[in-house]
Write a protein that binds this ligand. Structure first.
Ligand SMILES: Cc1cc2nc3c(=O)[nH]c(=O)nc-3n(C[C@H](O)[C@H](O)[C@H](O)COP(=O)(O)O)c2cc1C
Ligand code: SF4
Ligand code: SF4
Length: 299
């Protein structure tokens, strides 16, 4: 096995992505020159991110954490059902950076049920909610509470903005360069808190009890419809669906969570929402939520 890096061949078993795990050997000189006490900490980046904006923010935060920690890094992409079926258990040596998108001002139901299976065991966490420039309401507070209940010490929390899943005019192109710079700033402050094992000191915005899940989030949705004439049968929509709602015949399996991944990633634009409710939400967002919002940190 190379002394530069080793491949995480166990990823299929553990639920982590097959990423390169950077070893202490690779950074030996750096570690020595900086007199770092790296110890045996591990950094885990975890996210649910059907349209990839949350993934971008968590990756930017993770990059800064890694540059500071120079340790083993694991990635758990919870977007895929198979990854959410693994059990994840952490230790006091672990640092978790976790990001979720905001759905109806709450954390997505699939993430909520997944998190009830995770054990923190005293690991330190930085919690991130990514919302589509409307509001994150109670989602960040809910993520903080859920992680705390699961045994994590949550040292930092941040709300960031991503392009809205339903409109390319709302939060257009975000996260952008300024957002990624903000993610780096957040990470530096969060890293200090994690190393000191200090929980979040600032009151996280949000209310308890959390707002009710909107009926549109709770009820069964109709999957975005495919335009058979335009479809080139590439299978991308099936691949990206986080609940495996579509099959090879593109039938609606009745489990659609309205995440918009199949719409966004279809290479020929053959999928679209025909749901009147989503069309109304889209129009309302474009009318009311175009003014730029900025990231907020609770550290
Ligand atoms: C079902 C659903 C509900 C959403 N609810 C909200 C919301 O309450 N507030 C908001 O600002 N954005 C909302 N959004 C937008 C997403 O939070 C936003 O686009 C986020 O960047 C998507 O993350 P992803 O790219 O990682 O999938 C919602 C998106 C979906 C699909
Ligand atoms: S079918 Fe529904 S859940 Fe699956 S990718 Fe499309 S919008 Fe998301
Ligand atoms: S991603 Fe688009 S083109 Fe590919 S199979 Fe799905 S609907 Fe057809």
């Amino acid at each position: 096995m190379s002394d530069m890096y080793r491949h995480n061949l166990l990823s299929k078993k553990t639920g982590y992505e097959p990423v390169f795990i950077f070893t202490r050997e690779l950074f030996h000189d750096k570690i020595k020159s900086r007199k770092l006490q790296v110890g045996f900490m591990k950094l885990t980046l975890m996210y649910f991110s059907p349209t990839h904006t949350t993934k971008k923010i968590v990756s930017a935060i993770g990059k800064t954490f890694f540059e500071k920690m120079l340790c083993e890094v694991r990635i758990a992409d919870l977007t895929f059902l198979a990854k959410r079926m693994h059990e994840y258990s952490f230790t006091q040596e672990d640092v978790l950076v976790i990001g979720v998108p905001v759905y109806g001002g709450r954390i997505p139901l699939v993430v909520k049920s997944f998190l009830s299976t995770v054990s923190g065991n005293g690991a330190k966490a930085a919690a991130v909610a990514v919302y589509g420039n409307r509001d994150y309401d109670d989602a960040l507070l809910e993520l903080y509470d859920t992680l705390t209940e699961r045994g994590f010490t949550v040292c930092a929390a941040g709300a960031f903005i991503g392009q809205h899943s339903y409109s390319d005019k709302v939060g257009a192109g975000r996260p952008d360069v300024d957002d990624l710079l903000a993610a780096g700033t957040f990470a530096l402050a969060a890293y200090e808190k994690v190393m000191a094992a200090k929980p979040v000191a600032k009151q996280i915005r949000g209310n308890r009890p959390y707002k009710e899940y909107a009926p549109s989030i709770l009820q069964q949705r109709t999957a975005p419809i495919e335009n058979a004439d335009a479809c080139i049968q590439c299978g991308k929509c099936i691949e990206v669906c986080p609940v495996c709602n579509l099959d090879a015949g593109s039938h609606d399996g009745g489990k659609c969570i309205g995440c918009a991944a199949c719409v966004k990633f279809c290479p020929v634009g053959a999928r679209s929402f025909r749901d009147a409710n989503i069309a109304k939400v889209k129009a309302w967002l474009e009318e009311n939520c175009r003014a730029r919002k900025t990231p907020e940190f609770f550290i």
